[in-house]
Design a protein around this ligand. Structure first.
Ligand SMILES: Nc1ncnc2c1ncn2[C@@H]1O[C@H](COP(=O)(O)OP(=O)(O)OP(=O)(O)O)[C@@H](O)[C@H]1O
Ligand SMILES: [Mg+2]
Length: 250
């Protein structure tokens, strides 16, 4: 089987600081994996390059067999890459439903389906409601997004990404700022979404219960470099990883 995503020597520097430094790895279809590493290791910057928000200085990113290096975010999203953010990107004054519906409508624009007036409005509403149901947010569809609890706002951000029908979904710290109970629920939900939407998923996470609870594969970044990659058991047993990172986290 071919990898769905391949990074080859992806590098990016800000000023003199190499934030991602020759990162190479391959992700297989339907894999759920984690990227871990200390603050400032370059995790978010790596996501920014995969999604086209930042252009690598050098290296190549191949998604579903296509070189996407240097494409802009819109093009990459249209190819099936979804992303939820470390800091949520929802419209706070809009309703929960509208936040997802706008994404559904933009998906129709991206795939260049002719606009179908009321039909399009209706289908986008139905699609948005089904996404909200998957997330357990349907009951809050009519509320302005800013009224949602922090954890639900993070879920809504995932909903916006799901509305675009991604094949691959990148989540930047899905459980950040959550209580242990919320984290456990989010963990279950992430696995449920992974299955239900047939996704390949990569999530960045500092919460080790989440990482070791649900990832099939773990990649460790340190100072912009890929320090290690393996199954959760391999990573836990890797002395370099324990010294560099896990010692303090576990
Ligand atoms: N646009 C930018 N300009 C300059 N420096 C940046 C920029 N974006 C990120 N950096 C720097 O790059 C380094 C890596 O940042 P990044 O946000 O990728 O880390 P991270 O691994 O996601 O950290 P965290 O776990 O805290 O979210 C940091 O030192 C950061 O200050
Ligand atoms: Mg980050």
């Amino acid at each position: 089987m071919e990898p769905i995503l391949r990074l080859e020597n992806v590098s990016k520097a800000f000023g003199g600081l190499k934030v991602t430094d020759g990162v190479s790895f391959s992700v297989m279809p339907a894999e759920i994996s984690a990227i871990i590493g200390p603050n400032g290791a370059g995790k978010t910057t790596l996501f920014n390059q995969i999604t086209g928000a930042l252009r690598p200085d050098s290296g190549r990113i191949v998604f579903q067999g296509q070189d996407i290096t240097g494409l802009d975010t819109q093009e990459i999203v249209a190819l099936g890459m979804g992303r939820a953010f470390q800091i949520t990107s929802i419209f706070p004054e809009e309703t929960v439903l509208n936040n997802v519906r706008v994404a559904c409508l933009s998906r129709e624009g991206l795939t260049r389906q002719p606009l179908k007036g009321v039909g399009s409005f209706k289908s986008s509403t139905e699609k948005a409601m089904s996404v909200l149901e998957s997330l357990g947010l349907a009951g809050q569809a009519a509320r302005p997004a800013f009224e949602l609890a922090h954890g639900d706002q993070k879920l809504l951000d995932i909903g916006v990404a799901l509305a675009l029908n991604p094949k691959m979904l990148l989540l930047d710290e899905p459980t950040a700022g959550m209580s242990p109970d919320e984290r456990a629920l989010t963990r279950e939900l992430v696995v449920k979404l992974w299955r239900e939407f047939n996704l390949t998923m990569i999530f960045i996470e500092h919460d080790m219960d989440t990482v070791f609870g649900i990832a099939q594969k773990v990649r460790v970044l340190q100072q912009g470099r890929l320090l290690a990659e393996g199954t959760p058991d391999e990573i836990r047993a890797n002395p370099q990883v324990v010294t560099a990172y896990l010692g303090e986290e576990l």
